[in-house]
Design a protein around this ligand. Structure first.
Ligand code: PRP
Length: 197
């Protein structure tokens, strides 16, 4: 087999990872996610068309890393990518509302337009903390984008500017979202079966 045939075969053999027994169903397939990310990027490109300084995209680790990487490659407005890490969950799976900053941005946000990029809004504690924290740094504007939001779970109101999908209160993994660090790199969003003890 020639190297060219080898490459072609490898491309053809890329498959969508199958559902494992832990997963109930595909909630949002990969093509649908990509179409929506394109739409959101178009909105952002329109809304920030007149900015003169780069927009700072701040991805909230870890869950946002795949959404951020797909989104930023569709942006035509000038932008830089940065990250922040916070912790709002204790050992369990429910947010405590006690948000801690684990790793700050490298960029100085003062005077800049900032877009916070999140994979999911659940209770809203994380984004509420970040929006207030970023405003206190003298940013020029702070907006938010979340790929997923669960309205049934909101505890604190958050002004969401760009929302990918509104989903029911089910346990979701994939496209950045994990369960005990598993499933983050699935190309689709799947509903997980509730683990039994
Ligand atoms: C998840 C998610 C958001 C946050 C949303 O992060 O990525 O950052 O929870 O929840 P909230 O609206 O209730 O605050 P998680 O703490 O699971 O960390 P991870 O992104 O590293 O998986």
């Amino acid at each position: 087999m020639t190297p060219e045939e080898q490459r072609t075969m490898n491309i053809r053999s890329i498959a969508i990872p199958p559902l494992t027994p832990d997963l109930e169903r595909v909630l949002i397939d990969a093509d649908t996610i990509q179409r929506r990310v394109n739409e959101l990027a178009n909105q952002i490109n329109n809304d920030y068309a007149d900015i003169t300084e780069p927009l700072i995209l701040v991805g909230v680790l870890k869950g946002s890393f795949i959404y951020l990487s797909d989104l930023c490659r569709k942006l035509t407005v000038p932008h830089v990518v940065d990250f922040i890490a916070v912790s709002s969950y204790g050992k369990g799976s429910t947010s405590t509302g006690n948000v801690r900053l684990l790793m700050d941005t490298r960029e100085n946000l003062e005077g800049h337009h900032v877009l916070i990029v999140e994979d999911i809004l659940d209770t809203g504690y994380t984004l509420d903390y970040l929006v207030r924290n970023f405003h206190s740094r003298g940013t020029r504007s702070v907006n938010t984008t979340v790929l997923l939001e669960k309205p049934d779970r909101h505890v604190v109101p958050v002004d969401l500017k760009y929302v990918g999908f509104t989903i029911p209160d089910v346990w979701v993994v994939g496209y950045g979202l994990d369960y005990a660090e598993k499933y983050r790199t699935l190309p689709y969003i799947a509903e997980m079966k509730i683990p039994t003890k």
